[in-house]
Every structure is written in C-alpha cells, then in structure tokens.
Write a protein that binds this ligand. Structure first.
Ligand code: SF4
Length: 387
C-alpha cells in the first residue's frame, strides 16, 4: 500500500534579538520555560497526528525564530513523538535552522545526537560590517567556527547568505560568493535583501536612513549568482536555493510541489486534508490555546479547488523544474489553469520554457516571477481564487 507522504514543520518562535529586516514570527523573551514548550509542542503535534493517521512522514523541519535555542532534549522528544505517530520509509530528512553564535554552536553535537541530520545555518555574511548592518548577533569569526562545527556534526549542512545590501557591487558579491562556493557544502540559500513592511528596515528606508540597492544592480547580482553557482555545480532549483544534484531540501520541495504538511508551534502554517491552517502567532496566546483546546490552531480554512490550483501554480513556478499545468488542473478538477496565448507570448519573449504540458521560468523569467504569475493565470482561475 502506498501511503500519502507528509512533511512536518515545527516553529520555535524565540530569538536572542530581533533583526531589523525580519518579518518572521520571532519574539524576544527574558525567560522561556522549556518544559511548558515541550509539552505544548507535543500536544499540538498529537492533534495533527490524530487528524492524519497512517501518513508516511518524509521530513521534519525545525524553523523559527531560532530553533538552535531549543533544549536538544525537547528536539529529541518532538522527533521521537513524530516518528511514533507516523510510519516512515527509509530515512527522514530532519533539518534544524541554527544561528552561528558560540552558545548555539556548542549545542550542535547534542542536536545531532537528538536526531537532526541536516543543519541550515544562518551565516548571512562573512563581513562584520554587513553583519552589524543586518543586526545579527554573531561575528564573521563565529560564523566560520560554527560552520566548521556543523560540518563535523551533520551529514548535510546548508547555509544562508543575504546579498544586494546597500553598497554591494558585482565585485564585492562575486568575491563573497566565490568564497561561499569554495566551502564544499552541498546546499546554499542565497537571498536578496528585501524590505518587508512593518520591519525596522522599512521605517529606516522611509526616513531615508538608507536606500535599498538599485533594481538594475540587484538584477545583475541575481544573474551573477546564477552564473557562478551553476558553474560550481550548484544550480538554483528554486529562486533562491541552490544544491548539488540530490541535495535539495526534501522538506521545502514538499511545499513547492504542493504536498501536504502539518505545521505546529506559534504562527506555523499548515496545509493538509484540503485545509489551510494557521497557529496563534504570539507565544503566550499559543500556549493558552493549547491548554484550552489541546492544539494551537487559530484558523483553519478549507481551500476551494480553484484556490488550491492557484496556490500550486504560484508555488510550483518558483522551482526550476516548473509545473505540469495539466496535472495540476486534473488534480484539482479545474478546467484551465493558465492562459495558453499568454504562455506562448512569454515563451516567445524568452521568459518561459514549455515542454508539452510543463512550463518553467527561464532565468529572465525568474527575475519577473510576480509579474509573470499575474500574466499567465487564466482569468477565471485568478478571479475565483481572489474572490
Ligand atoms: S534570527 Fe532569524 S528569525 Fe530571529 S529575528 Fe533574526 S532573521 Fe528573524
């Protein structure tokens, strides 16, 4: 019997400080009662397990916030509970996001012993001045040491860098990227700095305390990134994610391929059984909800076939492999997913590639993802999805 696969996302909402560019659900608290958090996460997990019996667990992802601040014993019991709730086939990819300061790096061996087999390290830069601008709580030296410790302890290590900072040039970014590509990790997440509404950076930009990098230069850096990473054997498999063949994040591929995932912990999103779920964002509200209801769900909303098809299109086009428009239309019983005339026009202009019923963005197209999504969605699908 083939069991339907399932990914599990666990959100740890705490950080030592708030980075000025961050719009994630992260909170700074003087004290964290690890026992209460362990119990709440286990209860929230058990709730999802009751709703999803017999699914095959393929991956677990501890994101945040800063999950490397979790007590490794809590990580271990959450992993153990997930593995006891759901059967698996072969190995389960278990990723944890970590910040590279020395306190957290000292826990890497314990986190590996707890069952984590893939570490995603938020290095963000190799330059102390850039790290200070980004408000990061670690130095470049700590980053190097954390990477070394991570590579000793985990079979798979990825790290993140943020580029297109004010003052970045093609020369400065190509030097940084060459260094990153020489380090031998099999996965890299390379994000352009974006100014998200409601962040401290958004206020600073509004007050003209700094200006984001010019769009044309940011686009040139994106192309440079693609060229250098591809030449080094780490092409992009998603807009910002690069991997050696076979080293893609299985967990994130589940999101982008529109598979089901259960999301537990404050603010976690989930998508399962045709529903979109969202947990209470504020840590205290989440704990109170778990005490009251046995789970942390704030909203659970059924997805219509049209909404689901539209989301599958939006998520899937982020991937280099693109999407099979006919397969998605059949999966959700939607007559027409994309406007074929507009797709043909974008193929002609070099923004899309088409192979039978599959379409994918070209490199030029990847720079214009949002615009292209607006262009190609069949009018009735888009109108119904936003109605
Ligand atoms: S460490 Fe990560 S999650 Fe925490 S504030 Fe900084 S960017 Fe946000």
């Amino acid at each position: 019997m083939t069991r339907e696969p399932l990914a599990l996302y666990v959100h740890w909402p705490f950080c030592v400080s708030k980075c000025p560019y961050c719009d994630f659900n992260s909170h700074v608290r003087a004290e964290i009662d690890q026992d209460s958090w362990r119990d709440a996460l286990l209860a929230d997990l058990a709730h999802e397990a009751r709703l999803l019996p017999g699914r095959q667990l393929t991956s677990i992802f501890f994101g945040g916030g800063t999950p490397s601040l979790m007590d490794p014993a809590t990580v271990e019991v959450v992993i153990g509970a997930a593995l006891s709730h759901w059967p698996t086939a072969g190995s389960v990819e278990i990723t944890l996001e970590a910040n590279p300061n020395s306190v957290e790096a000292a826990r890497f061996a314990d986190l590996a012993a707890a069952g984590v087999n893939r570490l995603s390290l938020g290095l963000q830069s190799f330059d102390d001045k850039a790290l200070a601008f980004l408000g990061r709580a670690h130095s470049a030296g700590e980053g190097w040491r954390a990477l070394e410790i991570a590579e000793r302890n985990f079979r798979r290590v990825s790290f993140d860098l943020i580029y297109a900072l004010p003052g970045d040039t093609e020369d400065s970014w190509s030097a940084t990227l060459a260094q990153a590509l020489s380090l031998g990790t099999s996965h890299l997440s390379l994000y352009q700095l974006t100014i998200e509404p409601g962040t401290r950076f958004a206020t600073m930009v509004q007050k003209q305390q700094f200006a984001p990098l010019d769009d044309d230069l940011a686009a040139a850096l994106f192309e440079l990134t693609d060229d250098m990473a591809t030449a080094a054997g780490m092409p992009a498999y998603e807009i910002s994610n690069h991997a050696r063949q076979g080293q893609e994040s299985r967990h994130n591929l589940t999101y982008w391929r529109y598979g089901d995932y259960a999301g537990i912990g404050p603010g976690a999103h989930g998508r399962r059984l045709g529903m979109r779920t969202m947990r209470h964002r504020k840590p205290e509200n989440f704990l109170a909800a778990v005490t009251r209801n046995g789970h942390g769900i704030a909203e659970g909303e059924p997805l219509s076939a049209v909404e689901a098809a539209d989301e599958a299109l939006v998520m899937g086009l982020r991937l280099r492999e693109g999407i099979d428009v006919q397969a998605i239309a059949e999966r959700f019983g939607v007559p027409m997913l994309v406007d074929s005339e507009r797709v043909s026009a974008l193929v002609k202009s070099g923004h899309l590639e088409q192979n039978g019923t599959r379409i994918a963005l070209t490199r030029d197209g990847r720079l214009l993802l949002d615009h292209i999504l607006g262009e190609i969605a069949a009018t009735d699908v888009r109108a119904l999805a936003v109605a």
